[in-house]
Design a protein around this ligand. Structure first.
Ligand SMILES: [Fe+2]
Length: 248
């Protein structure tokens, strides 16, 4: 069994719609550790339209830093072999690159990989244009929970087009286990079979069994699509992202 690496979760408390308080955050960290996760990158939502002015950005960053300090202290004492990192799940917007430059939001562990999400209804054209724009400025986008976008579900060939451009594809662990029938299930099976998923992450928002399913999902993928592929998308690639290594 290899170490699991989770690069998308909302475990930091008091920031977004993730952990509501310190105890919830700590119980989520306990669950993550017992699930076999040894590296976590916290990715609080970053939605630029939620900020009215610079002081709100400052307040947001301060809350993240404070919450991270609590998590870091807890993990260092209780789980010294687990490492914590910081990033954001960035809702795509036109000023995304200005926000990254101004450090109002951050890429995954400050690497050249940025976790980006879109609205479920964003068109294929808009997604392609956005990916191109991010790539041109030197960041490699990791597209969060690709199973949520109608444009990709309708036209799965877009996944290979986006990967050829340089984007990386992330799927949520629970989606792999949850969708047994229907178009989302068909889409997930197809991209896994074609080995077009680059990363699986928890996207955990709370401590329910429903959200904390990384190891269960890894075993499912390992059995169906092979252990080496499971290792790659649950451990090797997410680790390489956090280390800012080049991924082919
Ligand atoms: Fe998320």
């Amino acid at each position: 069994m290899f170490d699991l690496v989770d690069i998308h979760c909302h475990t930091l408390f008091g920031i977004d719609d993730g952990a509501t308080d310190e105890n919830t955050m700590k119980s989520m960290l306990d669950t993550a550790y017992s699930d076999g996760i040894r590296a976590i990158c916290f990715t609080p939502h970053f939605k630029t339209y939620e900020f009215d002015d610079d002081s709100e950005f400052e307040d947001y960053r301060k809350r993240i830093d404070d919450s991270f300090s609590v998590a870091d202290l807890y993990v260092k004492e209780k789980y010294p072999d687990m490492t914590l990192y910081l990033g954001n799940e960035i809702m795509y917007h036109n000023e995304i690159l200005d926000s990254l430059k101004a450090k109002n939001c951050t890429s995954l562990n400050g690497s050249s990989y940025a976790l980006v999400e879109f609205q479920p209804s964003t068109s294929a054209f808009e997604i392609e244009a956005a990916i191109l724009r991010i790539l041109r400025t030197g960041y490699r986008p990791v597209i969060a929970h690709i199973e949520r976008y109608n444009a990709l579900i309708k036209k799965p060939s877009l996944v290979s087009e986006l990967r050829n451009m340089g984007a990386l594809m992330q799927v949520n662990a629970r989606a792999i286990l949850r969708f047994k029938f229907g178009k989302i299930s068909k889409f997930i099976k197809q991209v896994l079979k074609n080995k077009q998923v680059d990363i699986v992450a928890s996207d955990a928002h709370d401590n329910t069994v429903f959200t904390q399913q990384l190891s269960k999902s890894m075993l499912f993928v390992s059995k169906r699509y092979g252990e080496s592929y499971a290792k790659k998308i649950f451990s090797t690639v997410p680790k390489a992202i956090l280390n800012n290594e080049k991924i082919h």
